[in-house]
Design a protein around this ligand. Structure first.
Ligand SMILES: [Cu+2]
Length: 306
């Protein structure tokens, strides 16, 4: 850890960005977890020569704040030894997803819960009080990560860290907040997350991949962030029972060289109904092959009744 500071209480800022007809009003809200602390952590270093990559899945050992708290925000980056972020054209964060020993993944029982993550899109995960992700004092954090150095052959090796900035409420409890459950909605289901786009469809063609789940409990979905790799067009979260679209993340790109730049996330307050069917659909450009593509929505829902 290299930085700690106290930031303002964010209040119910999430509610100013409500979108869509499926919104429900916030009612009977608890007071929330109080003051927010911001802290930045680094994991590494990795020494990566040109074309080199680093992958790992440690079950524990990712640095985290001490004590129990409610997590409100997470943003990932890749930086050098001086904390300077790399250009996305030089060192590429395929993805990092954090796992916890505390719970099993709701949609993939038997696996550790995957609760925050990011990729090239670098979307910050943002929960608005009273919604929070509760972390126990003794929960171990692990991860799955993949980093790649894409600098030209012959250039010097780089020292690379995964850096993440967290905002959290030490005072958050299940009584003063609404604890959210992360739903790792992967178009490969509970597979290895990667699939190949054949790239054989010709100019303008689209490769589509979907998965569908039945909501195990009713509640309110409050945030959804999509993850795609280069070649991704968009990713959609939809209630198939009602036909309502919950979130569409359309990828934007840097050019020369072309690299995925962003996938806007959705701050929402949408009713989730037990037994309804929910789908995630990723779309990729099918005019060029993509090996190891991904399509994931990390969605946070409170399982409760207002
Ligand atoms: Cu990925």
């Amino acid at each position: 850890m290299d930085r700690t500071r106290r930031v303002a209480v964010f209040g119910v800022f999430a509610l100013v960005a409500l979108v869509g007809a499926a919104c429900v009003p916030l009612q009977n809200a608890p007071s929330g977890g109080g003051a927010v602390i911001e802290q930045t952590f680094r994991y590494g270093p990795f020494t990566l020569g040109p074309g080199g990559d680093a992958t790992g899945s440690p079950a524990a050992g990712m640095p985290r704040p001490t004590g129990a708290f409610g997590l409100q925000y997470a943003k990932f980056d890749v930086v050098d030894e001086n904390n300077v972020p790399f250009s996305v054209h030089d060192v590429h964060l395929h993805h990092v997803v954090m796992t916890t020993s505390a719970r099993q993944d709701v949609l993939c029982p038997g696996r550790a819960e995957r609760f925050i993550g990011s990729g090239m899109e670098r979307t910050p995960i943002t929960l608005g009080s009273p919604y929070t992700y509760l972390v126990g004092a003794n929960d171990q954090w692990g991860s799955t990560y993949h980093l790649m150095n894409e600098t030209a052959p012959g250039t010097p090796a780089k020292t690379v860290y995964i850096r993440y900035t967290l905002r959290y409420q030490p005072g958050a409890t299940a009584q003063n907040s609404r604890p959210v459950t992360p739903l790792f909605m992967d178009v490969t289901g509970c597979g290895g997350s990667e699939f190949d786009v054949p790239g054989t469809g010709g100019p303008g063609s689209v490769h589509t991949k979907s998965a569908t789940w039945t909501a195990p409990a009713s509640g309110i979905a409050v945030f959804a962030a999509g993850h795609l790799h280069n070649g991704g067009i968009d990713i959609t979260l939809k209630n198939e029972t009602t036909g309502q679209v919950g979130c569409i993340g359309t990828a934007t790109y840097h050019e020369n060289p072309r690299h995925l730049a962003s996938i806007p996330a959705c701050v929402m307050h949408h009713q989730v109904t037990a037994g309804n069917r929910y789908s995630v659909t990723s779309r990729y450009d099918n005019s060029a092959p993509v090996d190891g593509a991904m399509g994931i929505y990390l969605t946070y829902a409170w399982q409760g009744t207002q």
